[in-house]
Design a protein around this ligand. Structure first.
Ligand SMILES: Nc1nc2c(ncn2[C@@H]2O[C@H](COP(=O)(O)OP(=O)(O)OP(=O)(O)O)[C@@H](O)[C@H]2O)c(=O)[nH]1
Length: 334
């Protein structure tokens, strides 16, 4: 059983050394030989692995928080946020940031001609500080640990804006490279929080565990889709559940509740043994609101491991649902 779980963790891109440390620590803390026969060994191993992994991804380091008085003020009227584009490297980065800022209805700053990102960052932060913005997000370009000039540039930006918090954004599919990349970033930029994106994809995000373990830095949010609001608070237990293929029912319930779906009429009909075309249309539209089917499947225990689920094409499944929803809509009186 322990070997099976270790295999699953390696497949999920958890660092090899970390898995072996975990295995040794479980073998030495749980004395399997002297366990009374009534104890379910399988359950005990699962729980010990689970607790150990949840402890690893939740290092209890305190990420940046506004001061006490500020919290109430911010909660009462929301943060005044803005964006600064310090990516002068990638063509189109400023345009992309403009589009995102416009969608989020927040101001932005950047330059199409200036090539020094530290200068743009300083100018943007100074401008927004004068305008008394409370959250100024400086977006820097992506970089790899071997790109020493880009690492120097990142430190120059930090020196120029002296941020209250630096966040490292890691793609869940980074896999085994996560540890070395996170260590190099920590040494250069001493970030205080991690965001893992693309946790909705096929990568299980085991690399994230290695990044946290190597830097003792908490994960604050996870990206669960490509839209603006697809950013969720990080919940260690749910993350580990998903990593071990045990689903994420709490996350699923939270997600469905957040959609505030109106199902009263359909539920009433079903209890009466009726299912109308209107009910069919409402159910199809509810399914489409829930997001990619592969994401929902990943949250239901056992579903992600079913044949056909891996590599499921979400665009194709949504393209099949749309005509059905249209058909049922057009069969109803206006
Ligand atoms: N499915 C999914 N897509 C995401 C997620 N996060 C970002 N994306 C998409 O990935 C693409 C790249 O995102 P960017 O924000 O440009 O990535 P970046 O890290 O800023 O890129 P560089 O800084 O240029 O390296 C965009 O199309 C995003 O919509 C996520 O959590 N899930």
């Amino acid at each position: 059983m322990l070997n099976e779980i270790s295999g699953a963790l390696l497949e999920a891109d958890v660092n090899v050394k970390l898995v072996s440390r975990l295995k040794n620590s479980i073998s030495s803390t749980v004395n399997f030989k002297d366990l009374p026969p009534a104890v379910n060994k399988k359950r005990l191993i699962q729980k010990t692995v689970f607790d150990e992994l949840a402890r690893l991804v939740d290092p209890h380091a305190e990420p940046f928080k506004p001061q006490e008085g500020q919290v109430e003020r911010h909660h009462a009227r929301g943060f005044r946020a803005c964006l600064v584009c310090a990516d002068t490297f990638r063509a189109g980065a400023f345009d992309q940031l403009k589009q995102n800022a416009t969608k989020a209805k927040i101001p932005y700053y950047g330059s199409l001609t200036e090539t020094d990102p530290a200068k743009v960052a300083r100018e943007g932060v100074d401008k927004f500080k004068k305008e008394r913005f409370e959250v100024i997000i400086v977006d820097t370009s992506g970089r790899h640990r071997q790109e020493s000039a880009l690492f120097q540039e990142m430190m120059d930006i930090q020196e120029a804006v002296k941020p209250d918090e630096t966040i490292m954004v890691l793609d869940a599919s980074i896999g085994q490279q996560a540890e070395a990349q996170a260590k190099a970033f920590k040494e250069a930029a001493d970030f205080g929080a991690i965001i893992i994106t693309k946790t909705d994809g096929h990568a299980s995000g085991g690399g994230a565990i290695s990044a946290v373990a190597a830097t003792h830095t908490p994960i604050v949010f996870i990206g669960t889709g490509e839209h603006m609001l697809d950013l969720e608070r990080f919940a260690p237990q749910q993350f580990v559940n998903k990593l071990l293929g045990m689903g994420d029912m709490a996350g699923l319930v939270e997600h469905v509740q957040s959609l505030k779906l109106d199902q009263k009429e359909t539920i009433k009909h079903i209890t009466e043994g009726i299912f109308t075309i209107r009910d069919l249309r409402d159910q199809l539209s509810n399914i489409m609101k829930m997001g990619p089917l592969s994401k929902m499947a990943g949250m239901i225990p056992g579903m992600s491991n079913l044949p056909g689920m891996a590599g499921m094409d979400d665009d194709e499944s949504s393209a099949r649902l749309k005509p059905m929803a249209k058909c049922s809509s057009s069969s109803l009186p206006a």
